[in-house]
Structure formats: structure tokens, C-alpha cells
Design a protein around this ligand. Structure first.
Ligand SMILES: Cc1cc2nc3c(=O)[nH]c(=O)nc-3n(C[C@H](O)[C@H](O)[C@H](O)COP(=O)(O)OP(=O)(O)OC[C@H]3O[C@@H](n4cnc5c(N)ncnc54)[C@H](O)[C@@H]3O)c2cc1C
Length: 405
């Protein structure tokens, strides 16, 4: 027996769950398939290693779909300041300069996901199927897509949304290609406890081996991201925590404060990947299934949530206008809203990464000059700050705090 849905979202991570929440309460029937239920949250749990800096635009989206309270009541760390420096140039951004209380929030990925999945349960038109694996996807352009779950349940989708991450099985099943390259660097994420109480600054220092970043967490805790060659990251990750603590203390700047303990590590290869097209008849890619971006400026999930907001807006507009949801013209509107914006962000991050990892003297001189200028030219500085907060460019309605239902 087939069950018909207007929209089937594969992947109930942060982005997939956001698509479904944004469609919650509408006339569309929605199913979300998630293979791994996230562990329940408890206040006394240590912080997760996977955390993200959420922009103000992301907060607006989560707030408008009714999930922000679920984030705030669990755990988040707001930050008001952001500092970027290398040997000579140094610039610091502060939310006061543009009259915002905060620049953003460091939130564990699982907290955002749990808040969204909780919110989904409020909507009669959304079914969360979790845990559930996919056995088969039968895609044929112009027809509803059949998704067969392990156990035999078959869902038929007018629109199939791939929100199943960078290795997206849906993207492969429907034959959407990607362009990708490897930065030949890995990011080592280290969960630490420091002498300092809760901090309101996130910082990033550039050294020849790669960036070194600090993200504040609640209490005395923080998350370090140490970019290095794959071999060096493997070596550091294999060290006992006490030895890693010694190397960290010797390498990281004094503003980190005294680090009392290394509590956990995880490493990630740095890869850039972009789908050549985000849509096909009856299919749309969102989040990491569509793009993987250098985590340097912490934008991956932020642009993914903008995809979620844009796709939901386009589908609801189509329903109001009586258009077929899977129509290529409808889905291309979503692609038009997002692909170029994401490409711009990826290109900017790449340029930033390449300029800051280059040791050629004229380039070093120019980037120090750039940081110096950024510090002195207030309108330029404010524009950079507003971009990092997700407040620049063409924004979908939810990101501006406007409802779409
Ligand atoms: C070191 C590091 C630091 C980062 N820092 C930031 C940051 O500060 N800010 C930021 O914005 N971004 C950051 N990112 C990027 C961010 O983590 C990703 O962009 C984000 O997790 C993508 O979310 P997603 O929901 O698209 O995909 P995912 O998080 O990969 O979620 C995919 C979901 O789909 C499910 N799934 C997969 N396959 C199936 C299947 N076949 N059936 C059912 N379910 C399936 C998975 O279980 C998962 O829940 C960082 C990334 C890294 C590596």
C-alpha cells in the first residue's frame, strides 16, 4: 500500500527538520524520514563536539517556525564580539556597533535538531518517521517518487526533498551531480574547560599552518577548532588528552586563558562540494546535500536554513496559486533564490581561506592592510558584520521574521 504525501523530506537533521517545521500547519501533507534519533537532552550532559555558530537570520527562521524557545530552554551561548587577526592586522567586531544585542549564538547541533523535531510534533500535517532507513528510491521525472522504507512501508512524494547531508543518497539516486574539491586540510575540534567563566567572544587567528578558532560555550567551556594538515591532525587526535592539552597551551594564543582540561576531540576533512543543480522535476536539494562549505566562517548550517526557508516559501506560494508542487518551474524558483547566493558565500570563503593561508609577502602585506582598513572604515566593517549575521543579500521571508502560512 502506497501512502501519498505532498512532500517527503529525507533527513531530519537541522535543515530537513526546518523544512518540515516551515511547512507545519499548512495544507501540505509532509513526511520526514530520519535514520538516527538524536539522544535526548539533559542539562548535566557535557557539551557535544558538533556545535555551530547560528546567525541572526537563522535565529529568525527558528523563531518564526516556533523552534527557538526549544533551543533557548536547552542550552546556547550568545556572543557579542568577533575578533579576527594574524601577525600584524587585527580587527574586532562588536554587536553594539550596529545596535544589536548579539552577533549570534553557539548552539550544539543536536540542541537545534531536538528543538525542531519537538516542534514538528505540534503539527497534524507532518509525520516524523524515525528511526527509519531507506531501502529503495524509485525516481522517474514527471511522476511521483516512491520511497520504500526498510520494513516495506512505501511513501509516494510529489516533491522529494534531499536533506540527508553531504553524502546524500537521494541526490545520487536521482542523478544530480556535484563539483567538489579537497582543501587537503582537516579541522580538529577540541572540547575544553578553561579558567574563564562564560565568554561573549568568538575569535579566529590565522597562522601559516591554518586558522585557529575559539567558540564559547556555556559556563567555563569552549570549543576549539584547529586547522592543520591531515597528518598533523591525525597525530594530534591520537595524543592522550594531557599531551594534547600541553600542545594546545603551547600553540594557542594567551587570550584562550588557562585551559584546565581537554574533554573530547573530533576531526573533519575540509571539503568543498556544490551540486550542479539543486532541483529536478519533483526533487529539491537543501543544506549539505546541496553544498558543503569551508567551516572557516561558520556558515554551513546558516545557508542550509536559508535554503529550508526559501523552499518552504516557494512550495506554499505554489499551493496558493494552484500550481503543481513538483513542476520544474516551481522548483527552479527555489534554485534561483538560493544557488547563486550560496555560490557567492562559498567563493567568498574560499577567497578568504586562500588569502589567509598564503605566505607570499605581498599577499601578507595586502591582507594586513585589509584587516587594518576593515578596522578603520566603519561602513565596510559594519557590512562584513551584517553579512556574518546573515542580514545581507536576498533573504527569504522567514529569515526576516515574516510568517509564510
Ligand atoms: C568542523 C565543523 C564546524 C562547523 N561549524 C559550523 C558553524 O559554526 N556554523 C554553521 O552554520 N555551520 C557549521 N558547520 C557546518 C554544519 O555542521 C553543516 O552545514 C550542517 O550540519 C548541515 O546540516 P544538514 O541538516 O544539511 O545535514 P546533516 O547535519 O548532515 O544532517 C543530515 C541528516 O540526515 C540523516 N540521514 C542521512 N542519510 C539518511 C537516510 N538515508 N535516511 C534517513 N535519514 C538520513 C542523518 O542522520 C542526519 O540527521 C560546521 C561543519 C564542520 C565540519
Amino acid at each position: 500500500m502506497k501512502e501519498d504525501f505532498d512532500v517527503v523530506v529525507v533527513g531530519g537533521g537541522m535543515v530537513g527538520a526546518a523544512v518540515a517545521c516551515a511547512l507545519g500547519g499548512s495544507s501540505l501533507t509532509v513526511a520526514v524520514i530520519e535514520s538516527e534519533p538524536p539522544q535526548a537532552f539533559a542539562e548535566n550532559q557535557p557539551h557535544d563536539l558538533r556545535v555551530s555558530a547560528l546567525s541572526i537570520a537563522s535565529k529568525n527562521i527558528l523563531e518564526t517556525v516556533g523552534a527557538w524557545d526549544g533551543v533557548a530552554k536547552r542550552r546556547l551561548c550568545p556572543f557579542r564580539r568577533m575578533r579576527v587577526w594574524e601577525t600584524a592586522g587585527d580587527t574586532e567586531f562588536c554587536s553594539d556597533d550596529i545596535n544589536y544585542p548579539e552577533l549570534g549564538y553557539i548552539v550544539e547541533n543536536r540542541v537545534t535538531q531536538l528543538a525542531l523535531l519537538d516542534r514538528l510534533r505540534d503539527f497534524a500535517n507532518v509525520e516524523l518517521i524515525c528511526p527509519a532507513g531507506i531501502n529503495k528510491i524509485n525516481y522517474s521525472a514527471g511522476k511521483a517518487t516512491e520511497v520504500e522504507l526498510d520494513g516495506g512501508r512505501v511513501l509516494s512524494a510529489t516533491v522529494l526533498v534531499a536533506a540527508d547531508g553531504g553524502q546524500s543518497r537521494v541526490r545520487q539516486a536521482v542523478g544530480l551531480g556535484v563539483t567538489s574539491w579537497d582543501y587537503k586540510q582537516h579541522a580538529l575540534v577540541i572540547y575544553i574547560e578553561t579558567d574563564y567563566g562564560q565568554q561573549d567572544i568568538t575569535w579566529q587567528r590565522f597562522v601559516p599552518s591554518g586558522p585557529q578558532a575559539f567558540l564559547p560555550l556555556t559556563g567555563h567551556y569552549g570549543s576549539i577548532v584547529w586547522y592543520h594538515s591531515p597528518d598533523e591532525v591525525r597525530r594530534l587526535k591520537a595524543l592522550p588528552n594531557e599531551d594534547l592539552l600541553r600542545e594546545l597551551t603551547a600553540t594557542f594564543p594567551d587570550c584562550l586563558g588557562k585551559v584546565n582540561a581537554v574533554l573530547g576531540t573530533a576531526s573533519f576533512p575540509l571539503k568543498r562540494q556544490h551540486a550542479q543543480n539543486y532541483v529536478k522535476p519533483g526533487v529539491a536539494l537543501v543544506g549539505d546535500a546541496a553544498h558543503m562549505i569551508n567551516p572557516l566562517a561558520g556558515q554551513g548550517v546558516n545557508i542550509g536554513l536559508l535554503d529550508a526557508a526559501a523552499l518552504a516559501e516557494v512550495l506554499l506560494d505554489a499551493r496558493r496559486q494552484g500550481l503543481a508542487l513538483g513542476d520544474p518551474a516551481v522548483l527552479r524558483r527555489y534554485e534561483k533564490m538560493r544557488r547563486n547566493e550560496n555560490l557567492k558565500m562559498m567563493t567568498l570563503m574560499d577567497a578568504f581561506y586562500r588569502v589567509f593561508s598564503n605566505q607570499v609577502l605581498p599577499v601578507k602585506f595586502l591582507r594586513n592592510l585589509g584587516l587594518g582598513l576593515a578596522e578603520r572604515i566603519l561602513p565596510a566593517k559594519n557590512k562584513v558584520m551584517r553579512s556574518a549575521m546573515g542580514l545581507e543579500g536576498k533573504l527569504p521571508k522567514l529569515a526576516r521574521g515574516e510568517t509564510i502560512i
